[in-house]
Design a protein around this ligand. Structure first.
Ligand SMILES: Cc1cc2nc3c(=O)[nH]c(=O)nc-3n(C[C@H](O)[C@H](O)[C@H](O)COP(=O)(O)OP(=O)(O)OC[C@H]3O[C@@H](n4cnc5c(N)ncnc54)[C@H](O)[C@@H]3O)c2cc1C
Length: 410
């Protein structure tokens, strides 16, 4: 007989672990299955990257009880500066103009991962099953069952709801034969860090270059995180450069706004892809995070979008726990899909549109985008809209609703 849970979450990365934290303290028995061992730093979701979170996402992390463990390490983004390399357009935002304490926060994935795992392990109703790899999935009318490989053997588990959170190359999604659409960008991101000569003053810079966007984000002290997107074919040569030559190339792309860069950190490459799953639910199964949508990092939206999946699904599940109803009921899953579809479509179109518009050298398009950047800088209503959107202000209400549901279902 398979061991039985209310909810099984496949993947204990950023979104899977966040959902588990959100369900902590409810009457639901929850299992989280994570393939990568925690201790040796092999967890791909909690690697050496940094993530820019919006002000609205910070509220979600607060609602699920994780923020107190993150706050001391989170660096506020107080200003942003977006420009188009070699052209006239730029846009600046300052949180002080919108009475916000920050537009967002930069957090090291490793530290956010530790905070998530520490938080979920504090809850008696959450079982962290790790290392264990899900190999097979079946769904039926009343339950979903999975086969996982752990240590030397296999185990079967079943649940009233299976949450698929195992990332862009999701095994669980493939086993259910859920189709995907999208495109592979001919670009890769190089992640690293530098110390600029001048202080970052909590400013996040994004500079569009013909090869791809370059982001320089504030970290603690004087360090800055770098996400340099370049044509995929050029990345191996860039990674092979010695440190000084790489720094000089990076400096040429970014310009002198922060003075001279030094102290290059470790460099890692990430291939970039756009992907959306054709279905968000199947009977007794639901997709969240990168398993449902994978984005280009140009607008730093991937995890922000995934944590909104978490906030919406967790609220519906807390309501089910509170009323003693079935957490895998078809009506609940339909409601989740209804609430998430338009956000997925809008954010996917927005990020892909940015990549297309800013990688074109076609002169009329370059002129239009620079006029757009200047208009956003100079026209208060446009600027106000942009600031509220960048900070994810509208999404804070998801956190408020989740907080309320968690409180009532505890
Ligand atoms: C270069 C780069 C920069 C980014 N910067 C930002 C940013 O600034 N802001 C932002 O919002 N987003 C950013 N993102 C996106 C963000 O990293 C992702 O949205 C986020 O990692 C998605 O989390 P996830 O948990 O859904 O998936 P993943 O991070 O892929 O986690 C999936 C988890 O499932 C586990 N797993 C996989 N298969 C199995 C299996 N069969 N059984 C059990 N477990 C399994 C994996 O080990 C992993 O822990 C960036 C992405 C990239 C590539």
């Amino acid at each position: 007989m398979p061991d039985t849970y209310d909810i099984l979450i496949v993947g204990g990365g950023m979104t899977g672990a966040s959902l588990a934290c959100a369900l902590g303290g409810t009457a639901l028995r929850v299992g989280v299955i994570e393939a990568a061992p925690v201790k040796n730093g092999a967890q791909p979701s909690f690697d050496t990257r940094t993530t820019a979170l919006t002000w609205g996402t910070q509220r979600i992390l607060e609602a699920i009880g994780v923020w107190p463990d993150v706050a001391a390490h989170a660096v506020p983004i107080k200003k942003t500066h977006v420009s188009d390399q070699g052209r006239f357009g730029f846009t600046r935002l300052d949180c002080a103009d919108y009475r916000l304490d920050a537009l967002g926060y930069v957090v090291e994935n490793r530290l956010l991962g530790k905070a998530l795992l520490d938080t979920l392990q504090r809850h008696a109703n959450i079982e962290f099953i790790c290392p264990a790899r899900v190999q097979d999935v079946e769904t039926g009318a009343d339950a979903a069952s999975i086969t996982l490989h752990a240590g030397q053997g296999s185990r079967q588990l079943s649940a009233r709801l299976l949450v698929i959170a195992d990332g862009r190359h999701s095994t669980a999604r493939e086993r259910l034969n859920i189709k995907t659409s999208g495109r592979v960008y001919n670009q890769s991101a190089i992640i690293t860090s530098v110390t600029p000569e001048r202080g970052h003053e909590y400013t996040a810079f994004e500079r569009f270059t013909p090869g791809g966007p370059l982001a320089v984000l504030p970290m603690s002290g004087t360090r800055c995180a770098v996400v340099w997107v370049a044509p995929a074919g050029q990345v191996p040569a860039l990674l092979a450069l010695d440190e000084n030559t790489f720094l000089a190339q990076l400096q040429r792309q970014f310009g002198g706004r922060l003075g001279k860069f030094s102290q290059l950190g470790a460099r890692r490459e990430y291939a970039l892809e756009l992907m959306r799953a054709a279905e968000l639910t199947r009977p007794r199964a639901v997709l969240i995070g990168n398993a449902a949508h994978t984005l280009h990092p140009v607008a730093a939206q991937g995890l922000n979008l995934g944590l909104r999946d978490v906030a919406v699904l967790a609220r519906l599940l807390c309501e089910a726990a509170r009323h003693g109803t079935d957490p895998g009921a078809a009506g609940l899953l339909d409601e989740y899909a209804r609430l998430r579809r338009s956000d997925h479509a809008a954010v996917t179109a927005f990020t892909d549109g940015l990549v297309r518009i800013f990688s074109s050298d076609f002169a009329p398009l370059a002129l239009m985008r620079n006029i757009g950047l200047l208009a956003a800088d100079l026209l208060p209503p446009v600027k106000n809209y942009l600031a509220r959107r960048s900070a994810g202000v509208a999404h804070a209400k998801l956190a408020v609703m989740l907080n309320e549901s968690r409180r009532k279902s505890a």
